[in-house]
Design a protein around this ligand. Structure first.
Ligand SMILES: C/C(=C\Cc1cc(O)c2ccccc2c1O)CCC[C@H](C)CCC[C@H](C)CCCC(C)C
Ligand code: SAM
Length: 251
């Protein structure tokens, strides 16, 4: 790893998959957010997202991977990886000659990701490394990645502009950042369906998981931040009937 001087290894109890911890100086990140994602790690998983999205999130994540442009042998980043869904998909895409880094600031989320990797027998998952770090101060040198993917991560960051600058810095020129998140649809019909779903399905289900507050502000646009930091091109695709959006930004 190019920036190995910034990373140290933390053992992951009961497992043989190390988690690398960034030793860079702390920069702004929300301690409350970090605590929240640590707290929800045992319940934030495929089952919850399957329930909320009727399994559709698996399709949306595959589309995001495809838009990232990641290919065999690439070095790619799953930013705000959580329990690692996108990292696992990327791992299959880049194959044994490629490398995947899943970065998150929640130890507990990374611990879940690491045990999923350990429990799954797919050999290609050996190409994944988990890094505990901050999206606002990435522990990698410039022009390091062939693709970056972010699933439902950016909305949770305290400084979106800084995160975009960091993504731009570590991406190689000509490479893509593929950003999957909730969409703020311009179409009033789609927007009202989304609002209805969130108020009547998502929030009540999430309340049962202790996540009500987190699901109350799902409707924000992120596109404007990307072009600000110098991305050459940014294209936004509406998916899932306009409920979700995938932004593809090229450096
Ligand atoms: C993928 C989903 C949630 C991801 C998610 C994002 C966050 O920012 C969080 C923050 C804190 C805690 C948890 C999360 C989190 O889980 C679920 C998405 C649900 C959709 C809003 C609702 C989809 C409803 C429909 C049933 C889907 C039907 C699609 C249609 C047939 C095209
Ligand atoms: C809603 S989850 C999404 C997880 C995963 N990408 C997925 O699609 O299922 C958002 C993740 O962003 C992480 N996160 C939030 N702020 C972060 C930051 N400043 N640096 C690194 N990770 C962060 C959280 O810990 C959490 O795991």
């Amino acid at each position: 790893m190019a920036a190995s001087s910034h990373l140290c290894i933390r053992s992951s109890p009961g497992m043989n998959r190390p988690i690398f911890r960034s030793s860079r100086r702390p920069v702004q990140c929300s301690v409350e957010r970090q605590a929240l994602f640590n707290r929800i790690a045992p319940v934030y998983d495929n089952k919850l997202n399957d329930l909320l999205s009727l399994g559709q999130h698996r399709i949306w994540k595959r589309m995001a991977v495809s838009w990232s442009g990641a290919k065999e042998g690439d070095n790619v980043l799953d930013l705000c990886c959580g329990s690692g869904d996108l990292a696992f998909l990327l791992s299959e895409k880049v194959g044994p000659n490629g490398k995947v880094i899943g970065l998150d600031f929640s130890k507990e989320q990374l611990s879940v990701a690491s045990s999923r990797q350990y429990l799954c027998s797919k050999a290609c998952y050996d190409n994944i490394k988990w890094v505990e770090g901050n999206a606002l101060d990435l522990p990698f040198s410039g022009c390091y990645f062939d693709a970056i993917i972010v699933g439902y991560g950016l909305r949770n960051l305290v400084d979106l502009h800084k995160a975009m600058e960091e993504m731009y810095r570590v991406l190689k020129p000509g490479s893509n950042a593929s950003i999957l998140d909730f969409n703020k649809s311009a179409d009033t019909f789609s927007a009202s369906i989304q609002e209805w779903m969130i108020d009547n399905v998502v929030v009540p289900v999430a309340t049962g998981y202790g996540l009500a507050e987190e699901y109350k502000y799902l409707k924000s646009s992120i596109q404007e931040f990307l072009t600000d930091v110098g991305f050459a091109n940014a294209v936004h695709y509406e998916i899932g009937g306009g409920l979700m959006g995938n932004l593809v930004a090229t450096r």
